[in-house]
Design a protein around this ligand. Structure first.
Ligand SMILES: [Zn+2]
Ligand SMILES: [Zn+2]
Length: 316
């Protein structure tokens, strides 16, 4: 753990912050630790409630595949709870002197014995010592425990969505427990980009695919192999798109379980020019119509154009 940024993230959010996705190189899902901090703390600092312990925030790195199906994850969570041995007082528990450990007393004159509830220990028979520290919490009033938090990531969960577990965070005597807030961080996918319920794919197509159609097989985030084909005879324009309804992401809220669309954005990329044989030229010419120039051929002087790389030309 040489990297100071990772060290810092570790200190702040514990080991689970570093253990997502099996410890790949891209452990922050393509986000820098600074970006992660920004998304946790945001632009506006939330109001601090003096009667509540500070919330615990965990980043939850999730892939599109995990978002598609939803999953349950277990996070090792280090938590402060009120020390039970001193009941959060920080002092060692001693027998109550006022009632001599009976819990009741007979009033000012009478001292210990049957009577009314002891006003010092409130009938508890014990009180925390003000001079001797509790050995369990060393006077800190809370102790550290390790718990496993079970986080349910619902299908279709949104990027930066907060999954809140109220009062599951740190405790302190006489304060309301802090919450645990898991912030969903959608890890960028190498093929698919997500916009709400839709999935987008940028795809370059060759001239051959433009004219003769496409036939691609790819793995969908639902885990299945899908094959995308254009209708026979369809010619794609150099900049076009196609929409396949139902192959997008699940909705976070739709009770019908409807899914968004898979949208392809095509760009025609012509491969480097190659010399065609006369036969190939005639073959292509036979299927592509010629636009007549409208001029008298006797008036026209012919010049052969030589095509060059435009980057090599001087700029006007
Ligand atoms: Zn204690
Ligand atoms: Zn007492």
């Amino acid at each position: 753990m040489g990297d100071p940024d990772k060290r810092h993230l570790y200190d702040q959010y514990g080991e689970s912050a570093l253990q997502e996705d099996g410890g790949s190189d891209d452990m922050f899902g393509g986000f820098t630790p600074e970006e992660l901090f920004q998304m946790f703390h945001g632009e506006d600092v939330p109001e601090v409630d003096p009667h509540k312990v500070e919330d615990t925030v965990y980043p939850l790195l999730v892939s599109l595949e995990q978002i598609f199906r939803g999953e349950t994850r277990h996070i090792a969570h280090i938590r402060q709870i009120v020390c039970q041995d001193c009941k959060g007082s920080g002092g060692r528990i001693m027998p109550c002197q006022m009632c001599q450990g009976l819990g009741t007393w007979q009033g000012q004159g009478g001292g210990a014995g049957e009577g009314e509830t002891c006003p010092r220990c409130h009938g508890e028979k014990e009180v925390p010592s003000t001079s001797l520290r509790c050995v369990t919490c060393r006077g800190l009033r809370t102790v550290t425990v390790e718990e496993v938090l079970t986080v349910d990531i619902p299908p279709g969960v949104r990027h930066f969505e907060h999954l809140v577990y109220p009062t599951a965070g740190d405790a302190f005597p006489d304060k309301k427990n802090g919450d645990i807030i898991c912030i969903v961080v959608q890890v960028p996918h190498p093929i698919y980009k997500r916009s709400d319920m839709n999935l987008h794919v940028e795809k370059t197509i060759s001239l051959r695919e433009c004219l003769l159609g496409v036939n691609w097989t790819m793995r969908h985030v639902n885990g299945q192999m899908i094959c995308i084909r254009s209708k026979p005879g369809d010619i794609l324009s150099p900049l076009s798109a196609c929409v396949i309804p139902g192959l997008g992401m699940p909705s976070r809220t739709d009770p019908m379980g409807r899914k968004g669309a898979l949208i392809f954005h095509f760009t025609l990329i012509l491969s480097p020019p190659q010399l065609l044989t006369l036969e190939q030229q005639q073959g292509i010419a036979s299927v592509l119509p010629v636009t007549p120039s409208g001029y008298d051929p006797c008036e026209v002087t012919h010049t052969t154009a030589v095509f060059v790389d435009p980057d090599q030309l001087p700029r006007p």
